[in-house]
Design a protein around this ligand. Structure first.
Ligand code: APR
Length: 249
């Protein structure tokens, strides 16, 4: 089987990581223009770093859930498989799909990259193991680039920024090879056009399974809508697929 999986924040919700637009989502109470744009970072890098450090800490304290595990299991079984996640947390990565079968299209929250040159590093585990010491990453500390001394920023894609070219190319190369038998879209409001485009392009003539307690712009295209939490639905769906029973999941 040739499979594409597209995920969003809803897949990490059952690990205790807030979504963006769901109930108690980040953007319900916070203004993305103040926290997740290059302009916001230029205006107040401390405010932006403090917020991302708080998110990093919550992710460090979280564990992958049954949805992440089910997706990793399917990656092992499927001939051709690609997971494209909008999530910047490392819960998918921690549950083990091979790197070459996963694309973090909005970047990685544990990467710290220079706001001017190409230099970047991965801060997890951080140089100092705050979690083990029960400490928090020091607030207010704005890292500077060891090469060009410019401010460093979280390695995520902010509103108004381009997607990482090499990652987009990986997705499009996979989709352009041939359509997929199975496309699963889980835990996303499909807010961005490229998510809808990729889901529709990949599912031409195949199954498009939406896993989300709520309706999304993709629902009308889905061949199956599974209105259940991902950690409940995905283990069952994956076991059915592996058992070769994909008709009625
Ligand atoms: N299982 C499945 N789906 C769930 C669950 C769950 N347990 N809990 C919530 N959801 C669904 C919600 O119904 C909602 O449709 O997950 C979706 C979360 O949507 P968003 O908060 O909009 O998150 P996402 O789609 O990933 O956002 C896309 O927007 O803010 C930017 O860059 C950020 O990557 C993010 C992007």
């Amino acid at each position: 089987m040739r499979i594409l999986i597209l995920t969003g924040a809803g897949v990490s919700a059952e690990s205790g990581i807030a979504t963006f637009r769901g109930k108690d989502g980040y953007w319900r109470n916070l203004d993305p223009a103040k926290l997740a744009t290059p302009e916001a970072f230029a205006r107040d890098p401390k405010l932006v770093w403090d917020w991302y450090r708080g998110r990093r800490q919550r992710i460090r304290n979280a564990q992958p859930n049954a949805a992440h595990a089910a997706i990793a299991k399917l990656a092992q079984h499927a001939n051709e498989f690609l997971l494209v996640t909008q999530n910047v947390d490392d819960l998918h990565a921690r549950s083990g799909p091979p790197k070459e079968k996963m694309v973090q299209i909005h970047g990685d929250i544990f990467v710290t990259k220079c706001s001017r040159c190409e230099s970047e590093r991965r801060d997890d585990p951080p140089s100092h193991d705050y979690g083990a010491a029960g400490e928090k990453e020091p607030e207010g500390d704005i890292p500077r680039c060891p090469k060009c001394d410019a401010l460093m920023r979280p390695g995520v894609v902010w509103f108004g920024e381009q997607l990482p070219w090499n990652e987009v190319t990986r997705v499009e190369n996979y989709l352009n090879r041939e359509p997929c038998e199975i496309v699963i879209v889980a835990g996303t409001t499909a807010t961005f056009g490229y998510i809808i485009d990729w889901a529709l392009q990949a599912s031409r003539g195949g199954e498009l399974i939406e896993v989300n307690p709520e309706e999304t712009p993709l629902s009308c295209f889905a061949t199956q809508m599974v209105r259940e939490p991902a950690a409940i639905a995905l283990p069952r769906i994956v076991d059915e697929l592996i058992a070769g029973r994909s008709s009625k999941l």
